[in-house]
Design a protein around this ligand. Sequence first.
Ligand code: UGA
Length: 424
Amino acid sequence: MEREPIGVVGAGWVGLVTAACFAELGHEVWARDIVREKVESLQRGEVPIHEPGLSELVAKNAGRLHFTTEMDDLLERAQLLFVCVDTPPTYSGDADLSRVEAVLRELGDSNEHALVMKSTVPVGTGRSIERRRNGIAYVSNPEFLKEGSAVADFMKPDRVVVGADAGSEAYADRVEALYEPLCAEIVRTDVASAEMIKLASNAFLATKISFINEIANVSEELGADVLEVARGMGLDDRIGPKFLQPGVGFGGSCFPKDVQALKQLAGNTGYHFQLLTAVVEVNELQKRRTISKLQKHLGALPGKEIALLGVAFKPNTDDVREATSLVLAGRLAGEGANVRAYDPVAGPKAADMLAGAQIADSALEAIDGADAVVLVTEWPEFGELDWTGEVKRRMRVPLVVDGRNFLDRDKLVEAGFTYEGIGR
Ligand code: UGA
């Protein structure tokens, strides 16, 4: 069967994954970005972000993937235009929709195209566009991709959400058809509900994390082991085991922003979303708790050498937005500690954001002479370090704060480390 050509507006993280995956499914894809250098490097086959499997997919489907700076290239060749531009938070906490508005202007009053919204937008955005642009074809198709496993998530989705209001159903059917080869559960609904599914899903996952983080904090006081608690809870089908890993707080470009956005949206209607206020606050405090764990063992921190292992907000990405490492580096600098940070991919990118921390070229270099190691991101290579040998020899004081409960606690304790996990 002939697969229909697709336009992708915005070749950022979501746009690139979307473009590459639809090309993999057999579509001709025209992806447009306004940043010329980015487009030129993509035309040479260079992928500017670190996302497992993406470069391979782009290379494999080079014949079907076309990168351009010109919107007309898309408008001439595709009717379904996937909008994948960013919608960052503004100072007021509302989403900045200026890039979405720019796409609308470029579309003009075409009635041969449909906007398929993948960008995360406030609930009500679609309806407002439909009201302002009478007759526009508009489909909401939010993304649920996790950084670090986005390609796999696209190809094996838990569900695909397609929202359309009266008048746009035919286009929504075509969007649905695109996903047919993936054999996923399709949630067909109206635009506002589709928009809410996206925000509510992220807010719920963030709530789950803040919840288990609070259970962890209380477990520390009461002598329970949160890993045992999470295992026991997660086996309940109604709760489920995922997103119950306690840690040093959630970061990234989505949870912090989307929780805030939903809280703000509710607030704009006069509704006070109390639960989300707590979710955000718990997360902010969680990012800072490491400081008191260090002080408990080292006393005052001025002049202390602290190694931060991991800068990215999670493994397998170079994304440092809202990363806990940034908060920790700032707090440690404020306490007068000297910080050396290492990350397998995100180090150089984050150099200016780490409050004067030095960026080490290897984990061992960061650890050398340290009074404490704080594991911030659970990159696999940190598990493979020779903790009981080389690492311990290099440290001044064998103190580890394992911010992700990632290391083998018993082995470290046996080797003479002081070990602080989260909630155990
Ligand atoms: C999140 C959602 O999981 C995706 O479904 C969604 O599409 C995406 O946001 C988005 O809106 O674009 P992402 O931000 O890439 O994806 O990362 P997650 O894997 O969800 O992790 C977010 C943060 O939560 C990380 O800092 C991670 O370390 C932390 N986390 C996650 C925990 O602390 N505990 C957990 O159990 C799980």
